[in-house]
Design a protein around this ligand. Structure first.
Ligand code: F6P
Length: 328
């Protein structure tokens, strides 16, 4: 007999009922899933339509905009707005905070609709990442940008591979797979493995000479202990770390031969990249810090597109690196 796997929506419905929660979050997640499935479709067929190239414009991050960046951003923005549940959204492609439903919305959504752009022209894996925080429904209205610690959920789709991983506040980190009926099914609880046997290191090795000296020293002393893997798309690289354990890092660049290319603030965006994977990692038993060794989830954003260095993965490794970063 065939087995009917549980869908993500059924899983979430049970979760909400078990915790006596409203259905508003389901409506929000339905809009996020709809957007993800549409991105999946446009990305899978993008090469045929000639949509994997550049638009000729430059975004607020100073990066060349791809057709797919634009398509994915429009899909997510419209889907979130249509849910009616979003107060404000912050999107990678949008300079300003997007005001959606200040009257009746309940959630703040921080999203990167198409992360890992260097993979797009090759149709290789990219990510759609999102973090969700909740409005203060009782007491004083509070519209500030939320730290990762205040997220109620965070997740990522690895597109077009068809995997979706989501962490719910104090309820673990769960992975789903897209089935032939276009449903995300079969929840698997993700817990970072304790055994170092499968652990991996993931970072842009070409940059190693530009990192702080204590980090360069740590790499030299430790890299042979672990396998090394790097895809160049955070969702894909972090996907492997969640399964196998180890460490993903994108350290600050401070020793570049061309000082104009230094990135002392790091490269990744706090709200919709670093905090998203750090939240998932915490729910899977791991940890994440920035260049000062401060937990990523404690950083209160000062601006929507704030950048940070990121060290995320198995707790013993992140603790070891965190100590070095705090002492440097
Ligand atoms: O911030 C975008 C991003 O593409 C991430 O998905 C990825 O981890 C990183 O940048 C890759 O950067 P680089 O090409 O410098 O290795």
């Amino acid at each position: 007999m065939f087995k009917q796997e549980q869908t993500f929506m059924d899983f979430l419905l049970e979760h909400q009922e078990r915790h006596k929660r409203s259905y508003h979050f389901l409506i929000l997640m339905n809009s996020i899933l709809n957007a993800a499935k549409r991105i999946q479709f446009y990305y899978s067929t993008g090469a045929l339509r000639g949509d994997l190239g550049l638009t000729g414009s430059v975004n607020i991050q100073g990066e060349d905009v791809l057709h797919m960046d634009m398509i994915a951003n429009e899909l997510v923005k419209h889907s979130l707005a249509r849910s009616g549940r979003v107060v404000h959204a912050v999107g990678e492609e949008e300079e300003e905070v997007i005001v959606m439903n200040e009257e009746g919305g309940r959630y703040f959504v921080y999203y990167d609709p198409m992360d890992g752009s260097s993979n797009v022209p090759h149709n290789l894996p990219i990510g759609f990442l999102f973090g969700v925080a909740k409005r203060n429904l009782e007491g004083k209205e509070d519209m500030h940008l939320r730290a990762g610690r205040e997220y109620i959920a965070a997740g990522m789709f690895v597109i077009p591979t068809g995997t979706f991983t989501i962490a719910l506040h104090n309820a673990g980190c769960w992975r789903f797979h897209l089935d032939e009926t276009f449903n995300y099914v079969k929840p698997t609880n993700m817990v970072l493995p304790d055994s170092r046997k499968t652990w991996e290191l993931s970072f842009n090795s070409a940059n190693r000479g530009t990192y702080a000296l204590p980090i360069q020293k740590w790499i030299a002393e430790n890299e042979r202990k672990y396998a090394f893997r790097y895809l160049g798309a955070l969702a894909g690289d972090f996907h492997r770390i969640l399964t196998n354990g180890g460490l993903f890092m994108y350290p600050a660049i401070i020793n570049h031969p061309d000082p104009k290319k230094n990135r002392p603030q790091g490269k990744l965006r706090l709200m919709y990249e670093a905090a998203v994977v750090s939240f998932m990692c915490r729910e899977a038993g791991g940890h994440a810090v920035d260049e000062d060794g401060t937990p990523i989830l404690d950083i209160v954003p000062q601006k929507p597109h704030q950048r940070t260095a990121l060290y995320v993965g198995s707790k013993p490794l992140v603790d070891e690196i965190g100590k070095i970063l705090r002492e440097k």
